[in-house]
Design a protein around this ligand. Structure first.
Ligand SMILES: [Zn+2]
Length: 140
C-alpha cells in the first residue's frame, strides 16, 4: 500500500511523535517565515538542540511551553495540585537544563531568546519582539 500522505507532511507527523514541532513552535516558525526570515530547526550539534537557528546572525530562539519550562510569574506555570513533589523535581530539572544550555550557547557566541507559549496570544507584539531580537546588534 502506498503512503497517501505527502513526505513533507509525513515527516511532520513523525517528528511530532518524537515530541518536537509542538504547535507553539510551529506557530512561531510560520510567523518568522511570513516575516521573511529563513532559519534551520533542531540543530543537534548545538547545546540543547535549539528549536530555531539563524546561523548567519548567530542567533537562536527557543519556544518554551510555560508549564514545562516554569515560566516565572505565569499562570500557565502553576504546579498541579497532586504529586507536587514529583512535578517540582521534574520541572526544576528542566529549568536547570535550560539554564545550562543557554550558558553554553552564549559561550559559543550565540545570542539566545526564549519565546514563551503565552506570548503567542498577542501576535503583533510577538512580531515586534522577534524583529527587535533578530535585527538588533550582534555585537553584544
Ligand atoms: Zn507564560
Amino acid at each position: 500500500m502506498t503512503d497517501h500522505v505527502a513526505p513533507e507532511r509525513r515527516s511532520e507527523i513523525m517528528s511530532r511523535i518524537n515530541g518536537k514541532d509542538t504547535s507553539p513552535e510551529l506557530l512561531v516558525r510560520s510567523l518568522l517565515y511570513r516575516m521573511g526570515y529563513r532559519f534551520r530547526v533542531h540543530l543537534k550539534d548545538l547545546p540543547g538542540c535549539p528549536d530555531i537557528v539563524f546561523s548567519r546572525r548567530r542567533k537562536i530562539i527557543f519556544v518554551h511551553g510555560c508549564f514545562w519550562h516554569s515560566h516565572r510569574g505565569c499562570k500557565r506555570a502553576a504546579l498541579p495540585k497532586s504529586n507536587v513533589e514529583f512535578w517540582r523535581h521534574k520541572l526544576s530539572k528542566n529549568k536547570e537544563r535550560d539554564i545550562a544550555n543557554r550558558r553554553n550557547l552564549k559561550r559559543l557566541g550565540w545570542q539566545v531568546k526564549t519565546i514563551w507559549q503565552c506570548e503567542l496570544n498577542n501576535p503583533p507584539k510577538l512580531e515586534r519582539t522577534l524583529r527587535v531580537f533578530l535585527e538588533g546588534s550582534a555585537l553584544c
